[in-house]
Design a protein around this ligand. Sequence first.
Ligand SMILES: *Cc1c(COP(=O)(O)O)cnc(C)c1O
Length: 911
Amino acid sequence: MSFGRRPSLSNDLISEDPNAPHVPRLTRRLTGFLPQEIKAIETTIPAQSREIWNKHKVQKFNTADEFQERFISHVEWTLARSLYNCDDLAAYQATSQSVRDNLVIDWNKTQQRQTARDPKRVYYLSLEFLMGRALDNALINMRTDTDVRDVGDTDETLTKGNTSREMIKNAMNELGFKLEDILDEEPDAALGNGGLGRLAACFVDSMATGNYPAWGYGLRYQYGIFAQKIINGYQVETPDYWLNFTNPWEIERAEIQVPINFYGYVDRGQNEKSTLEPSDWIGGERVLAVPYDMPIPGFKTSTVNNLRLWSAKPTTEFDFKKFNNGDYKNSVEEQQRAESITAVLYPNDNFLQGKELRLKQQYFWCAASLHDIVRRFKKGKRAWSEFPDAIAIQINDTHPTLAIVELQRILVDLEKLDWHEAWKIVTSTFAFTNHTVMQEALEKWPISLLGRLLPRHLEIIYDINWFFLQDVEKKFPHDMDLLSRVSVIEESSQERQVRMAYLAIIGSHKVNGVAELHSDLIKTTIFKDFVKIYGSNKFTNVTNGITPRRWLKQANPKLAQLISETINDPEDNYLLDMSKLTQLSKYAEDEKFQKKWNDVKQFNKQRLADLIKKLNNGVDIIERDHIRNTLFDIQVKRIHEYKRQQMNIFGVIHRYLTMKELLQSGASIEEVVKKYPRKVSIFGGKSAPGYYMAKLIIKLINSVADVVNNDKEIQDLLKVYFIPDYNVSKAEIITPASDLSEHISTAGTEASGTSNMKFVMNGGLIIGTVDGANVEITREIGEDNIFLFGNLAENVDELRYKHQFHNEGVPASLAKVLDAMQNGAFSPQNHSEFMPLIDSIKSHGDYYLVSDDFEAYISTQELVDQVYHKDKKEWLKKSILSVANIGFFSSDRCIEEYADTIWNAEPVKPE
Ligand SMILES: *Cc1c(COP(=O)(O)O)cnc(C)c1O
């Protein structure tokens, strides 16, 4: 059969700009075409060919039997294995391939539907997507055709939620596999650092669930965030080569190759034309961007969206000059350099490193994504002025800011639009999410670096800034101070730098913070001048959220089941409408229900204890019999001074020292228990490899654990454990097991936090500062159900000022801790080991205000102990009421807010 006569039409998903060089001919498929295109193609396909195609139409598996057939064919054909050598890894691969087959059918239909209806599309640009594992999530979200038929039967009782997962679990059992073991074979897709990357992952889940025509765009790093090993108490980083085995969740689109240029120069032509006119950027280095697509299934919908991750590869252009000079090896090495662009994720959280390769990653990704977006728009043959009606682009932090400049370049240089007309389109298309107010995290790039790597983009940035400053001058004449404060170019520092956040604000129509407190803070601090210039309507808030599918249903199946039984929701509709959880309130004081609730927590604590035992070389940290009456106090998140893990471990030291003092002064162990009941302090999180203080905090935690856990005198009343290599799949086990979790950042430093939401959604209580989303969590669940303490954001400046100019010393409780550290209580070999942690408080101005919050922290912890151990009913009531009122923090609500107030986008529902 020959397809040669078919018209050369571009396919939304798999074709590429026909004018781009080095694009191989395509095998075309009937997906993503415009209706008129499909008609045009159909007439060229012989009737017989169409008949055959229809006869062999691909179909989903719908039953256990069909799944098993699919599974076996993947084992035998895709993996070339057999009944006799199908291990758990092969079973994971074959299961994933089978489930993926189902998703791909809905994914193709979704893309076709979206192309046919041509709605406004949303693109979420994020340099990080911390996805974790895909299989279990797909099993929870996936619809078989049987599920779809079920939903049609309106008045019949629907089968229990999660039918396809149960079905596959049983089908696997029959084949001799345990689903849990199979799921455990999957490596985490750890393409992110922490909260920002996980937010993007929750958002793509909610966008698919809400049927939004939305794609994520990111990078396919070959090495995700490093794996953390703890050796002798120190963090050691090892590479995360997560693509070691074929990744069944990605679909390589090798036929799409977007050429990306770097370096070179701008040709101004004979008559030195203006930078505002179409200009020729003669690129120096060229690499190709190849997309890998990950299907993103929505929950209880057949919508399957796309996450497109770009990978860099060399062009097939060959440097013949070098080759002819006999320099074959060097010309190959040059090609290898291309791949290095997407080799590794930068492991810094809330910190700018300013490396050239990082800027290269950013441009590579922005340029490839915009090329894709623009190509898709151009197929519709609409006027350029309609671009913002067709497309909304959200930029996750300033990392994608170059996309703003790139779109302006495309419109002016390639599409020959007038500068101002182009700029109007650009600013109506983009919106910017800010994630931090911390200076060290705000992106700035030296002019020299940016101008060398992207000479034309620097010109465009200058011109954007020029017109912006003119507008400011018109509005606020002769205010030179204001002009220099808001200029995109920072002149004050040694080297002139481009302030990416300012560029992002100027190039966007909306700027949002990620929690109310944070959104207010940016308006009065870092972006104050811009509020004066643009008015405050440009600045808005969308409080972060998390997907309840992963963070409740998947992470905590026992709690999910108890909830669905209790509120009589066997189909798990509460996972789409979390306000249904308020029905739990009426059981908050019901003793029978409290017992069930507590049993679930007990089960989850046991599950975490098992994980810890496994990680601890088979040695239990908490004795089984004691789990029930041990308070699990957990702080897991990136290790950072502003998150104040140091304050937590100082609190543990304080508790330990005071217990020892009590014993030494003749108190009985019973008396000690009264004041300090059983507790285990669990930590986890990665430090940036170059962050000295954070690494020292990890070492201190492990050193304290060493001393405390081996002190016979305190009889297992206090334990400390650092869980190595905190990641999404570990978080799914850790989060449901907490009685208490810590979110104790210096007020005003944590923009939102999202693990606070995860913990509350799983029935854990919070000890926290009045910071980030803690404020709104308190408003939602009630101030009786959270343990807040510490200074407020509004007092931070004053307190820091005080530390700078008046050394008032530290409170006695903290002095006791710091003295013990200084005396080598936790570093007998090297008494000065932890001096930098002591000095930062005593001698360097205590920037994170540990000494100001420590006493309140200690006394609040003691209050926690009392409620937990003396009034378990009260504790359970708080826990139940917390879950009942956490609905606001579903990321579905976030996406609705973004769609309504920023994107102006609507869902495209399946028929
Ligand atoms: C949710 C999550 C985070 C964010 O935690 P915060 O406490 O909000 O900083 C970081 N890492 C992982 C693996 C997560 O799942």
